[in-house]
Design a protein around this ligand. Structure first.
Ligand SMILES: Cc1ncc(COP(=O)(O)O)c(C=O)c1O
Length: 387
């Protein structure tokens, strides 16, 4: 029995659990303070290469394990977690861009990434310029001496164009410019970004990795140690920590991710094929379909598709009618994001995103969940009838 006062024993205990416990899940380590064995260990702790634990923000066994697993999935060597996909995008920009630099973003990029570009342009002395996602090797004509970074998204997650990534990477690298890829649509399963030349892969783990529509998290993955160190400095300076409980939830999603992704993919192709035959639909924007700009690039570079695609309604339907369609769906929640078990729907004003498309008709994005495909198609059929 301890001779310390009860008040001290409430804080300090002599008990140590026996070692040797083993289970499949990685343990959830909660920590702000991380304890050092002695002062020498504190002085020698190196947080950047993850060889030591120094502070909860810089990593615990839980977050290091998730980072290592994500790097492995993507075919990379280093990974840094962020509290959302958007925070991961911001980490890349703040790590690599300085006042006077230039960054190129695709016109169809995830809108908050575009918004971040606008902020960098307006308030940080960085120019953000937007390029046609189908520009391919033509990106060389936009690269300036001060261009430091090209963002890509494959495909654009609303208008669904698939860029020619190898051509963009080759042109950028010829000018010493880094290429970052938002690889969220493929979950890192259907597109091997590093193998086709990109330098940095960003994932919104919020989608397929978590799979539960209940976690926000992002990751930035690289193969290059020096590049990772620049990112790690931004990670540290911005204080981008993630909750160990959320890291656990993402890790719990990983073993089933391939099965879920393939099930989303098969169901989405069935729904897209059904929609393609409908008179209300002018275009099916699914990279596996020939209507989709960049279909040939998808065929060349991707091995699958997941559950997210868009359709463009025939121009004879007003926005009021297509809104009625969206409201009439019963199995599709009206909401942003994707990658979870529940089907989702979201209408977009495409002309505001892609001027070239003009008044092409309303675009509606569908995230096909894991419900029965027949039920989803029946729901879409009844909703089309309400337009
Ligand atoms: C393509 C794409 N990238 C990044 C993000 C950002 O992810 P998060 O919601 O975790 O910030 C999203 C989220 O919708 C997305 O669709």
């Amino acid at each position: 029995m301890s001779d310390k006062a009860l008040q001290t024993r409430l804080i300090h205990s002599d008990y140590t659990a026996p070692g040797g416990f083993a289970a499949f899940p990685t343990a959830i380590h909660h920590a702000s303070t991380v304890l050092f064995k002695d002062v020498a260990a504190m002085r020698s702790g190196e947080w950047k290469d993850k060889s030591a634990y120094t502070y909860g923000l810089h990593g615990t066994p839980t977050t290091f394990t998730l980072e290592a697993r994500l790097a492995e999935i993507e075919g990379g060597s280093h990974c840094l977690l962020a509290p959302s996909g958007l925070a991961a995008i911001a980490m890349v920009d703040f790590a690599l861009l300085r006042s006077g630099d230039d960054v190129l973003l695709p016109e169809n990029v995830y809108n908050p990434n575009r918004e971040l570009g606008r902020w960098l342009s307006n308030d940080f002395g960085i120019t953000a310029r937007y390029y046609d996602p189908l520009i391919g090797a033509g990106i060389a004509g936009l690269i300036q001496p001060n261009t430091k970074l090209v963002w890509t998204e494959a495909p654009g997650s609303v208008s669904m164009e698939v860029p020619d990534l190898p051509a963009i990477c080759a042109a950028a690298h010829a000018h010493g410019v880094l290429v970052a890829l938002d690889n969220t649509w493929s979950a890192g399963l259907a597109l091997r970004g590093f193998d086709i030349g990109v330098d940095i892969i960003m994932q919104a783990l919020t989608k397929y990795q978590s799979g539960g529509s209940d976690v926000l998290m992002g990751a930035v993955i690289t193969r290059d140690a020096a590049l990772n160190e620049r990112l790690a400095m931004a990670h540290m300076r911005l204080g981008l920590g993630v909750s160990p409980d959320d890291a656990f939830l993402v890790m719990r999603g990983l073993p089933t991710m391939r099965l879920r992704f393939d099930a989303h993919d098969a169901a989405a192709r069935k729904v897209a094929s059904w929609l393609k035959a409908r008179p209300e639909i002018a275009r099916v924007l699914h990279p596996a379909f020939t209507d989709c700009p960049g279909h040939a690039e998808w065929q060349r570079d991707f091995s699958g598709a997941g559950g997210l695609f868009s359709v463009v309604f025939d121009a004879r339907y007003t926005e009021e009618q297509t809104d009625r369609f969206v409201d009439a769906l019963t199995l599709f929640g009206i909401g942003y994001s994707w990658g979870g078990a529940n089907s989702l729907v979201m209408p977009y004003r495409i002309a505001t995103m892609r001027k070239q498309w003009g008044d092409a008709g309303t675009l509606v994005r569908l995230n096909i969940g894991l419900e029965s495909v027949d039920d989803l198609i029946a729901d879409i059929a009844q909703a089309l009838g309400k337009m």
